[in-house]
Write a protein that binds this ligand. Structure first.
Ligand code: CUA
Length: 628
C-alpha cells in the first residue's frame, strides 16, 4: 500500500517550526511574521474521523512507459520566462514551450515579422495565469489565454497550432495579474490590475495615492478587443468567473490603499469584489462609460451596483469556484482561513436585502498562509498553504456545518510539499468536470530536493495523487523559473493539427504580400526588389533543399525572407538561419514564416536549415551574396 501515512507528517514538528521561522526571514519582513504569528495554527495534522467513508484505494499509477501517452495536457505559465509550457500529466514530461511575450531563439518568436507586429518591439514578459476558453462549463479546446503581469497584456494561443495568434495591450493598467474567461461560453476574459495608479497616468497626481485606482477589464475572448473597464479603489489580485455568466470576481488586498508594505497590511479585513456583469453592460450601453477609447465604469462607491464588496479576512489571495458553481473560495494569505462565499446569495446582497458579509457561509482554518484552492468534484477542496508548506484537504459541506457548529472539524488531512507552495491545481478542477485524480503543487522553493545547480535552484512542481482518501505525493518535477499557475486538461478535449491549416491571422499578411508582388506563396522562389534599399525574397523548401539556392543583394539592403515549407510529412520542420545576422526562424510543415533583417556586410553568407530534417540536413543551405 502506497497511500499510507508516511507521507502525512505532523506539521507541528520542530523541523516545520524552524522552517516557518526561516520562511518569514526569506520574506524579509518581520511585520509579516508578526502578523502570521498572531494567527493560531491551522489545527495541525489531522486525519479526522469526520472524513466521508471511502473504500480501500490503491492509488493511481503515474508511470507512463516509453511509447505510452499521458492522460492530460498540463498548461503551465512560465512566469518571468514569458512563455507557456505544455507538460504531460501524470508523467510530468515537458512537451513543448510556447513563446508568448519572450524572444525565443529556437522558433524565432519575437524576431519574425508577425511576432514583432504583436509584441511591438518588446521581448520580455511575465506570464502568470493560463486559462482555456470554455463552453458550457468545460474546456472547448479552442484557446489558451495568458496574461503578462509586467507589461499589462493578454495573449491568446490557438490550441490547434499551439501558437500565439493575438496579443492585446490593456489600457489604464499596471501589474495585470489575475485573469479568467467566462465559463458558460467564450465571452469575456476578465483581467485585474494589481497595481493602483493615477487614473490619468501622465505625470499628474504622482504622489497622491488617494487619487490612485485599479481596473477590472473585460476583453472579448473572440475578437480580443477591450470592451469596458470598471474602476475600483483597492488593488486586485486573483480573478474568477461564475458558471452562469452573471459575475466576475477579484480578491482585493490592500483595501487600505497603502503604497508601503506596512500600510498594505494595516487592517484585518479586505474584500472579495464581485462584479455584476449585466449592470456593467447596461451602464456601458447607456453611454455611462465616458468619452475615452474604452468605456470606464466607476465602481469606487462603496454601495456601487457594479461592485459588491464581500468582507473577508486580511489580504486574500486566490479565489476559486467549486465545480458545482455554487461556492467561491477565497484564500486568506495573511489569515489562516479560507472564506466560502455562496454565489446564490449574491443577488440578494446586490439588491440590499442581505448584507454582503451574509454571503460568507464558511470560514475554516486551513493553515498559515493559504493561497489557492483546487477541487476534486467529490465535495472536497485542497488549499495550498505557503508558510506551512502543506496542501490542506478539507470538505466544503463540513466547513459550512462548522460555521454554526464549532464541534465539526472540516479538515480531512494535510500533506507536506517541498517547499513554499504557491498555486495548486487539480485535473479539470476549474471546470464542472473536475475528476479528482491528480493535483499539482507548484512549489516556489526546491532547496534540497534536486542536485545543486548553483545559487538558482529549479522550482518544484509536485504531483499528488488525490484519488484516495489521503493525498499521496508521487513525483518531484524540476522546472525552470518560474511557473506560476497551471491547468490540467483531459486529453480528449485537445485536438492539435499535424500540418498548419493556414487559417491563422498571420497568413492574411503573407497572402497580402504575395498578391501585391503577383506571386504564389506555394511556388515562388524569387527575389523582388521593393525599392532602392529593400528586397523581398520568396522561397520554398522541400527536404533537403531550399528551392532558391542563392540570391544577391546590395550592402545596406533591408531583406525580408518569406519561406514556405512545402513538405506534407508529419514533424518535418525546416527553418531559416542566415549566418552572422542574428536571424533564425522556424517553418513547420505546410506553414509560411517571415523575418526581416539588414544585409549590413558585403560578402558571402550562407543560409541554412537549423532543424534536423533529413540525412542531408547539413547540405540544406544556400548563399546570400552581398555586393559591396
Ligand atoms: Cu531542413 Cu534541416
Amino acid at each position: 500500500m502506497a497511500n499510507k501515512k508516511e507521507k502525512e507528517q505532523d506539521v507541528t514538528t520542530n523541523g516545520r517550526r524552524a522552517f516557518l521561522a526561516n520562511s518569514a526571514t526569506v520574506l524579509g519582513t518581520g511585520a509579516l511574521a508578526a502578523a502570521l504569528s498572531g494567527c493560531s495554527n491551522g489545527g495541525g495534522a489531522t486525519n479526522s474521523g469526520a472524513a466521508p467513508a471511502q473504500t480501500e484505494h490503491k492509488g493511481l499509477s503515474h508511470e507512463v512507459k516509453p511509447g505510452q501517452l499521458d492522460d492530460y495536457y498540463g498548461f503551465w505559465s512560465g512566469g518571468q520566462s514569458g512563455e507557456v509550457r505544455i507538460v504531460g500529466v501524470p508523467s510530468m514530461r515537458e512537451l513543448k514551450r510556447i513563446p508568448v511575450f519572450n524572444r525565443e531563439s529556437a522558433t524565432g518568436w519575437g524576431r519574425t515579422d508577425f511576432s514583432q507586429e504583436l509584441l511591438k518591439g518588446r521581448d520580455s514578459g511575465d506570464t502568470h495565469h493560463v486559462h482555456l476558453s470554455y463552453t458550457d462549463g468545460t474546456y472547448d479546446g479552442r484557446y489558451v489565454y495568458v496574461n503578462d503581469k509586467a507589461g499589462a497584456r493578454l495573449a491568446r494561443i490557438r490550441i490547434e497550432t499551439m501558437e500565439v495568434d493575438k496579443v492585446v495591450d490593456i489600457p489604464n493598467s499596471q501589474g495585470t495579474h489575475g485573469i479568467f474567461p467566462q465559463r458558460h461560453k467564450t465571452g469575456y476574459v476578465f483581467c485585474n490590475s494589481e497595481f493602483r495608479t493615477p487614473a490619468k497616468n501622465d505625470g499628474r497626481d504622482l504622489n497622491d495615492p488617494t487619487k490612485y485606482s485599479g481596473m477590472h477589464t473585460a476583453i472579448d475572448g473572440e475578437t480580443m478587443e477591450v470592451k469596458w473597464q470598471v474602476k475600483v479603489d483597492g488593488n486586485m489580485d486573483l480573478c474568477a468567473t461564475d458558471y452562469k455568466g452573471l459575475y466576475s470576481f477579484a480578491t482585493c488586498y490592500n483595501s487600505e490603499g497603502g503604497v508601503y508594505l506596512e500600510d498594505m497590511m494595516a487592517v484585518d479585513q479586505d474584500y472579495l469584489y464581485v462584479f455584476n456583469i449585466a449592470e456593467c453592460e447596461k451602464a456601458v450601453a447607456a453611454g455611462k462609460g465616458g468619452s475615452g477609447d474604452v468605456p470606464i465604469i466607476d465602481g469606487r462607491d462603496k454601495d456601487s451596483k457594479f461592485v459588491l464588496r464581500v468582507p473577508v479576512p486580511k489580504s486574500p489571495h486566490g479565489v476559486n469556484i467549486d465545480p458545482t458553481g455554487r461556492y467561491a473560495v477565497c484564500a486568506g494569505k495573511l489569515s489562516p482561513t479560507v472564506s466560502v462565499v455562496d454565489i446564490d446569495k449574491l443577488a440578494d446582497a446586490f439588491a440590499g436585502t442581505i448584507k454582503p458579509r451574509d454571503c460568507v457561509v464558511a470560514e475554516p482554518e486551513v493553515g498559515l498562509g493559504p493561497l489557492h484552492t483546487a477541487f476534486d468534484g467529490r465535495g472536497n477542496a485542497y488549499t495550498s498553504i505557503f508558510i506551512d508548506s502543506v496542501i490542506t484537504k478539507w470538505n466544503i459541506d463540513l466547513a459550512i456545518k462548522q460555521f454554526t457548529d464549532a464541534t465539526v472539524n472540516p479538515i480531512l488531512s494535510k500533506l507536506d510539499v517541498h517547499y513554499q507552495v504557491g498555486h495548486t491545481n487539480a485535473s479539470m478542477s476549474e471546470t464542472k468536470e473536475a475528476d479528482g485524480k491528480w493535483l499539482i503543487a507548484l512549489c516556489k522553493f526546491s532547496k534540497d530536493r534536486f542536485l545543486p545547480v548553483g545559487p538558482l535552484c529549479p522550482e518544484n512542481d509536485q504531483l499528488v495523487d488525490i484519488s484516495g482518501e489521503t493525498m499521496r505525493l508521487v513525483h518531484d518535477g524540476a522546472t525552470f523559473s518560474e511557473p506560476h499557475d497551471c491547468v490540467i486538461v483531459r486529453k480528449d478535449l485537445i485536438h492539435p493539427l499535424k500540418f498548419n491549416d493556414r487559417t491563422d491571422a498571420r497568413f492574411k499578411i503573407y497572402e497580402d504580400w504575395a498578391k501585391e508582388d503577383g506571386v504564389d506563396l506555394m511556388s515562388a522562389n524569387k527575389l523582388i526588389r521593393k525599392g532602392k534599399k529593400s528586397v523581398r525574397v520568396y522561397m520554398t523548401s522541400v527536404a533537403p533543399t531550399y528551392l532558391l539556392k542563392e540570391f544577391t543583394v546590395k550592402k545596406g539592403d533591408t531583406v525580408q525572407i518569406i519561406l514556405t515549407n512545402m513538405d506534407r510529412v508529419e514533424d518535418l520542420t525546416h527553418g531559416f538561419c542566415v549566418t552572422n545576422h542574428d536571424l533564425n526562424f522556424i517553418v513547420n510543415p505546410q506553414d509560411t514564416n517571415s523575418a526581416t533583417f539588414v544585409a549590413d556586410k558585403a560578402g558571402v553568407f550562407w543560409y541554412y536549415c537549423p532543424w534536423f530534417c533529413h540525412a542531408l540536413h547539413l547540405e540544406m543551405r544556400g548563399r546570400m551574396l552581398v555586393e559591396g
